[in-house]
Each structure stands twice: as structure tokens, then as C-alpha cells.
Design a protein around this ligand. Structure first.
Ligand code: V0D
Length: 261
């Protein structure tokens, strides 16, 4: 059963979470949070478990963090689930990963409806196995009229590829005489990116101790606050998300002070 904020009893362990919520409610929360969900393989390795166990744990954690983000009024959460580079992994691992959207949605879609959450995707549907694209397309269709938080998966996504596709489309507009070269602005480029409708993240989180962007949202992260943690994705909990949000709010407050001086 879910309570008013969309919490499952098992996720709301203790008073300290409520304390964090009380703190972060005193200021604006970021509209859009993007997360690089790293460390599933490493988490498994440390426990002498096969990598796929880490990936499945990671998938279960997507649900927890979706609930946690929803509960504090985040408008968009973008999760880096599969990059264009991930195709280089062993084919057995890629195949396992490609079944995760199906598995995730089979269990979680009813709750997404209950929470009024809309599923979106950035990346290319082309090249995905049919069982994968069908599951994702179906979830987008089922949830398209939901008006609450957007759960946006970056999936078969690479930012350089995204930029190449945008440049190709803009060049075509110029070639067809529909756009002047001098009329190409930042806004025109934004419109051609896969994030046209969802906008730029306010906060980027990367788990598992790496400090790279790994071809994620290169254009869109120009003004974003970054937050890093050593926690592996399967162990990243609501308390860590809220810690990141509270840190973000502190930074913003500092900037606000400086700007006025
Ligand atoms: C594995 C950690 C949910 C990162 C999270 C194939 C690596 C778990 C989805 C998902 C993955 C994607 C689209 C959708 C619904 C769910 C997912 C992949 C990997 C890529 F509509 N978790 N998840 N997709 N992992």
C-alpha cells in the first residue's frame, strides 16, 4: 500500500528520512535530476555475485528512487540506463540488460499509473530488440496522459550521436531553404535535441566514484550542478538522493548571495 506521498511502507524506514524531507521542503527542489546509475557490476563483484545480479538489483533500485523523487515533487528524472557504448559489452550481458525494461514495466507500470508518472525515453529505438522497444513504447503509450513526474530513460543514448542527428536535421532545414544559417541559435539547437520537451537537468548525480560524463547530455549539462558519491547504484537510497538535493539547495543559496553583491 502507498501512503499520501506515494511511499511504500518498506521504503520509509525511519525518522531521519522525514527529517531530510522537512529540511528540503524549506526551499525549492530541483525541477530535473539526471542520474548516471553506475556501479552495478562492481557491487556484484564485491559480493562474488554474477554481474547480472547487480543489474537486476539496480533495476529494483530504479523503482525506489523513482518513488523517492516523486515524493519530494521532482518534475523530471532522467536515468542513464544504456549508452551507445554499452553495445561493446559481452552479448550475453547485453541480452540480459535488454530484458530489464520488460521486467521492470511488468511489475511497476500499475504503480506508475497510480502515481500519475509519465514514462519517456531519449535515445534511439532503432536497433533495439523488438521485445525491448515494444515494452518501452507500450509504457510510453499507457502513461502518455499522466500529468505528474516524468520518468525519462536515456536508453541506447549517446550525446555525441544526439548532436550529430541534430546537426543533420538543421543542415537539412538550411538545404531546403527553411532556415537561414544566421538564424541557427542555441534555441534552434535545443529544439533539435532529444531533450527538446524535457529541458536541461538542474542536478546531475553519478554513483560509484567515477567523475566522468561518459557521453551523457553534453550540451544539456552546461549549467548543471554535479554531485558525486562512492555509493554503488544498487545501494543508492532515498537518503542519498535527498542529501544530494539538500547540497544542491545550499549551493544555490550561496550563488544567490554572491549574485546580489
Ligand atoms: C541496468 C541500472 C530500468 C543501470 C538500472 C537495457 C543498468 C537497471 C530500465 C528501463 C537497466 C528502461 C526503459 C524503460 C523501463 C525500464 C532499464 C536498462 C538497464 C537498459 F522503459 N532499469 N534498467 N533499462 N538497468
Amino acid at each position: 500500500m502507498l501512503d499520501k506521498l506515494g511511499w511504500r511502507k518498506s521504503d520509509k524506514q525511519d525518522q531521519s528520512l522525514q527529517k531530510q524531507i522537512d529540511t528540503l521542503r524549506q526551499q525549492r527542489v530541483p525541477n530535473h535530476i539526471a542520474i548516471i546509475m553506475d556501479g552495478n557490476g562492481r557491487w556484484a563483484k564485491q559480493r562474488a555475485l554474477p554481474r547480472f545480479v547487480g543489474h537486476r538489483e539496480g533495476m529494483h533500485n530504479v523503482r525506489r528512487i523513482t518513488r523517492a523523487a516523486n515524493a519530494i515533487g521532482i518534475k523530471v528524472i532522467t536515468l542513464y540506463a544504456f549508452s551507445t557504448e554499452n553495445w561493446k559489452r559481452p552479448s550475453s550481458e547485453v541480452e540480459f540488460l535488454m530484458h530489464l525494461p520488460e521486467e521492470f514495466l511488468a511489475d511497476f507500470l500499475p504503480e506508475l499509473m497510480e502515481l500519475n508518472i509519465r514514462v519517456e525515453m531519449i535515445g534511439e529505438m532503432e536497433g533495439l530488440p523488438q521485445y525491448t522497444s515494444r515494452a518501452v513504447r507500450n509504457a510510453m503509450e499507457e502513461t502518455k496522459n499522466n500529468t505528474g513526474m516524468v520518468l525519462n530513460f536515456a536508453f541506447n543514448y549517446g550525446s555525441r550521436r544526439e548532436i550529430v542527428l541534430a546537426v543533420q536535421r538543421i543542415a537539412k532545414l538550411v538545404q531546403d531553404g527553411k532556415l537561414e544559417t544566421t538564424a541557427i541559435t542555441e534555441e534552434i539547437i535545443c529544439e533539435q535535441l532529444m531533450t527538446a520537451k524535457i529541458g536541461d537537468p538542474d542536478l546531475l548525480i553519478r554513483t560509484s566514484g567515477e567523475f566522468r560524463l561518459s557521453n551523457f547530455l553534453l550540451w544539456q549539462l552546461a549549467y548543471t550542478e554535479f554531485w558525486f558519491t562512492n555509493i554503488h547504484w544498487p545501494e543508492f537510497r532515498a537518503e542519498h538522493l535527498y542529501e544530494a538535493v539538500i547540497d544542491y539547495q545550499k549551493r544555490n543559496r550561496r550563488f544567490g548571495g554572491l549574485k546580489g553583491e
